[in-house]
Design a protein around this ligand. Structure first.
Ligand SMILES: Cc1cc2nc3c(=O)[nH]c(=O)nc-3n(C[C@H](O)[C@H](O)[C@H](O)COP(=O)(O)OP(=O)(O)OC[C@H]3O[C@@H](n4cnc5c(N)ncnc54)[C@H](O)[C@@H]3O)c2cc1C
Length: 425
């Protein structure tokens, strides 16, 4: 039976960003409804690598992109796979991406992201303490491993920018990597250990715990997808599968679905779904444990420990339609590489998991008020760092919704930038 209800604010989407926003809004004393279909594996926040790093300030659109472009176009780089049938749909994204892939823009993006990533770990600690998941959050650091000296040398600008912003890291040689992480049987020429970094074991459990926390605070969870939202006198009508919620404000935090939902209100965002896969493997019983996430830059994939001697192998980026059939090419390659990097048993899941990073071409999230609608806030586009920066984004959203100065400067994340064509060079 259809039911209509009212609230102060509706949050659309219950991933890390939406849930953190809903909790922070409850903390500000608002009556909050959160709408989400409730399928755990449909959330990108469920299946990621769990890295929470102050150093995650360098977007994919980097000056190095141009050198890699020929390999990208041939689908010969494991870090990126293109589905050519999908490319016409992301022309605006590509134009913004190319405009952002310059050293000056990269440096600006890093400066814009630093306040957000610097606040990410403390926000995770606060949230974990309340959600009862402190034991899942560990200050492990994370390791970017390079197979050759040439690969390490090619990341010099990255290190320069990190150092310029005071992001702490240590450089390790082959023996240093082996001593630090004896589970890695592949010899790496060099590695960068980002020390101001934690990781969340099984991020999906954090999401479940946040749902319980939100409900415990008196928040209302509605299961189902939101349909076409409509502005009306004094607020919004938000239809969902079993009725309509009327509220003064709405937060759109539906991850990679946000661009499409915003499109129903006339906003044509240059955003894309950067798909990614994971698969779990048991470490061999005689292997030392893997103690921190490792980015194998040569394979374009991440190995992340998930507890119980299990490892989550995660693929790079697949640029494809969000709802296209899975293409396991990248995760199969990543799994093969992982089997030469760690002593692994067989896969623990029947099929790889597939999720979509809600990505913007400049690597900055969209956080701010909608330019043409009263009472609509955008909080999406967190790309590769949404698990990390979701909790602090939630606090920022609550500040914006209640008229306070946000805890982190949000001007660089303004929606307007992705609603107009970029100036190319
Ligand atoms: C392979 C991989 C590895 C990654 N590793 C990391 C990492 O180590 N660290 C990190 O910080 N980030 C990482 N990320 C990125 C991170 O997972 C995402 O940025 C983050 O999960 C995005 O959170 P979100 O809340 O915006 O979206 P989601 O978690 O996808 O949540 C969006 C929610 O909105 C719901 N929704 C969609 N449509 C509707 C609708 N119409 N009505 C209501 N609800 C709707 C969805 O069902 C979903 O529950 C990784 C991503 C991938 C794919």
């Amino acid at each position: 039976m259809a039911t209509d209800e009212t609230a102060d604010i509706v949050v659309v989407g219950g991933g890390m960003v939406g849930l953190a926003s809903a909790i922070a809004l409850k903390d500000r004393g608002l009556d909050v409804v959160l709408c989400d279909p409730g399928e755990a594996r449909a959330r990108t926040s469920y299946g990621n690598a769990g890295v929470v790093s102050r150093g995650s300030i360098l977007p994919m659109a980097s000056p190095a992109f141009w050198g890699k472009l020929p390999a990208y176009l041939r689908n010969a780089d494991r870090g990126l796979r293109l589905n050519y049938a999908h490319l016409p749909q992301v022309v605006a994204y590509g134009a913004h991406f190319m405009a952002a892939a310059r050293a000056s823009r990269w440096r600006r993006a890093a400066a814009a992201l630093l306040p957000l990533t610097s606040a990410a770990y403390p926000a995770h600690e606060r949230l974990a303490a309340r959600a009862g998941t402190t034991d899942r959050l560990q200050r492990t650091g994370w390791l970017k491993a390079y197979r050759t000296e040439a690969a390490f040398a090619s990341a010099a600008l990255e290190r320069e920018i990190l150092a310029q912003h005071g992001v702490a890291f240590e450089i390790l040689d082959t023996a240093g990597v082996r001593d630090l992480e004896p589970a890695l049987v592949r010899p790496y020429a060099r590695a960068m250990l980002l020390t101001e970094t934690g990781s969340v074991r099984e991020p999906g459990r954090l999401i479940e715990a946040c749902e319980t926390l939100f409900a415990g605070l008196g928040g209302r969870l509605l299961r189902g997808s939101v349909g076409r939202m409509t502005p009306e006198a004094g607020g919004w009508a938000v239809p969902h599968e079993s009725g309509t919620v009327r509220a003064r404000q709405v937060v759109l935090a539906a991850g990679a679905a946000s661009g499409k939902i915003a499109g129903t209100l006339g906003y044509r965002f240059a955003v894309a779904a950067e798909r990614g896969y994971h698969r779990h493997y048991a470490l061999h019983p005689d292997s030392p444990p893997l103690t921190r996430p490792v980015l194998d830059t040569g394979a374009g994939s991440i190995l992340s420990p998930m507890g119980d001697h299990r490892v989550r192998v995660l693929s790079g980026v697949e640029l494809n339609a969000r709802d296209a059939a899975p293409d396991y090419t990248q995760i199969e390659a990543a799994s093969q590489e992982a089997a030469e990097t760690l002593r692994l048993g067989g896969p623990l899941d029947n099929e790889p998991w597939l999720g979509s990073r809600p990505s913007t071409p400049d690597g900055l999230p969209v956080i701010g008020r909608a330019p043409r609608h009263e009472g609509l806030l955008f909080a999406f586009g967190h790309g590769h760092i949404g698990l990390s920066t979701g909790p602090i984004t939630g606090e920022v959203v609550a500040d914006l919704a209640t008229g306070r100065t946000p805890a982190v400067p949000v001007a660089p994340f303004a929606p307007e930038r992705l609603l107009r064509w970029p100036r190319l060079f």
